[in-house]
Design a protein around this ligand. Structure first.
Ligand code: HSE
Length: 402
């Protein structure tokens, strides 16, 4: 029998306990032994919960218990969680985590400790919620030189944008529903400001391209500035608005990664990824495009990925395959501002000025909320910024997914 400890009994932690309990028999068959929770570490008590008597408040009980084979970290953040995960690995325990902040900021270090100690450090649930993406990326697509990853990586913002687009609901109302459904981070600023998607594209880029990409190296724009006017312009032009994380490997080997809301043509496969669903397109030189799709947030979908990692860690305690990436650095990334793209811009400037500043712009015939919308020719963001800071008054430009 494998005994595990759960760190954190919030949305994900309680989902993990629920799935382990509900599917105990089939999980035992797949892991080749029974998996039981021995401890739940949380600051709170849960007197009415079926697992309430497993609650402890001191991590050293778990750290010092030789019976604990796997520690499952669902606390979130990179302070206490980092300390506990480091200590768990150093104490010889496999670690499974759903914590994208931890992996995006300290993944290289933790993978190195796991490797030195010959332990599993698994984090499938950190990207895409319940979608299998990290294993396929590193195993099934291993034959490819990967060139690009582009995806809807945050369920909360996709839920908000879908409701704004399809039902014309206001931003704040939909955010509240996403929080009630357990999709949003404890501080939903991480969702709506794009930080969560940024951490996820860092993890994907590191696994795909082999070097750590740090969140501070990834220019990130969330959806807080997206208005009903943008959504109406998108609909008018046969597109929708999606928050995308992208990581592109350039020919010189540098990685250009960023997060931003995009206009996405309705015939693009990502346009049809709605509500809390995530969609991730991976491009490889042998396979072309592959798309991964499924529920990107929520208690049970995330628990599904965590428990699969627990089964893997249990089954492969002595035959593990290490995930790996090398340290990052300033030489790893390229500036996304140099990437040529088409941009949607809305403005109150005259057609004459649009033509003068942007040349061959495609101007939309319908005026919405007193503004004109237009699409620029392909140009790098640094050039668009130059024009806007030179006195062309406009809302923040939104890139078009080609
Ligand atoms: N808040 C995250 C999201 C949870 O909405 O995608 C899953 O990582």
């Amino acid at each position: 029998m494998a005994k595990i400890a759960l760190l954190g009994y919030g949305t994900v932690g309680s989902g993990v306990a629920e799935v382990l309990h509900k599917n105990a028999a089939s999980i035992a068959r797949k892991a080749a032994e029974e998996i039981t929770i021995k401890y739940i570490l949380d600051m709170r008590e849960f007197p009415d919960d079926p697992f309430g008597d497993l609650v402890v408040h001191d991590f050293s009980i778990i750290e010092q218990d030789p019976e604990i084979a796997v520690v499952v970290e669902c606390i979130g953040g990179a302070t206490v969680a980092l300390d506990y995960v480091r200590r768990a690995l150093l104490a010889g325990k496999d670690v499974v985590t759903s914590n994208k902040e931890l992996v995006a900021t300290h993944g290289h270090e933790l993978l190195m400790i796991a490797k030195q100690k010959s332990l599993n450090f698994l984090f499938e649930a950190s990207v895409g919620g319940g979608i299998p993406i990290l294993r396929p990326l590193t195993s099934c697509l291993a034959a490819n030189d990967l060139t690009e990853i582009c995806g809807i990586l945050n369920g909360t913002t996709n839920f908000i944008l879908t409701k704004m687009f399809k039902e014309g609901k206001p931003f704040d109302e939909v955010l509240k529903i996403a929080q009630e459904k357990g999709y949003a981070e404890r501080n939903p600023a991480a969702d709506i400001e794009g930080t969560d998607a940024c951490r996820k594209i860092c993890i994907l880029a590191a696994l795909a391209f082999g070097r750590h990409v740090y969140p501070e190296q990834v220019p990130t724009t969330g959806i807080t500035a997206i208005t009903g006017t943008d959504v109406a312009f998108a609909a008018e032009s046969g597109m929708t608005v999606k928050l995308l994380g992208r990581a592109i490997r350039r020919e010189d080997g540098k990685i250009c990664a960023y997060v931003a809301p995009h206009f996405v043509p309705l015939d693009n496969q990502l346009a049809n990824v709605e509500d809390v669903f995530n969609g991730i397109v991976v491009c490889g030189d042998a396979i072309g495009d592959v798309m991964f799709y499924g529920r990107g947030a929520g208690k049970l979908p995330t628990a599904s990925a965590v428990v699969a990692d627990v089964i893997d860690a249990t089954k492969h305690h002595s035959t593990k395959k290490f995930l790996d990436w090398a340290e990052g650095g300033p030489d790893v990334v390229a500036d996304m501002a140099a990437l040529p793209m088409r941009w949607f811009i809305r403005t109150t400037e005259s057609l004459l000025r649009i033509g003068k500043c942007f040349g061959d712009a495609e101007v939309m015939s319908r005026v919405i909320d007193g503004q004109v919308g237009f699409f620029t020719p392909k140009m790098p963001k640094c050039r668009v910024d130059e024009i806007l800071s030179g006195g062309f008054s406009a809302a923040a430009p939104i890139p078009i997914l080609a």
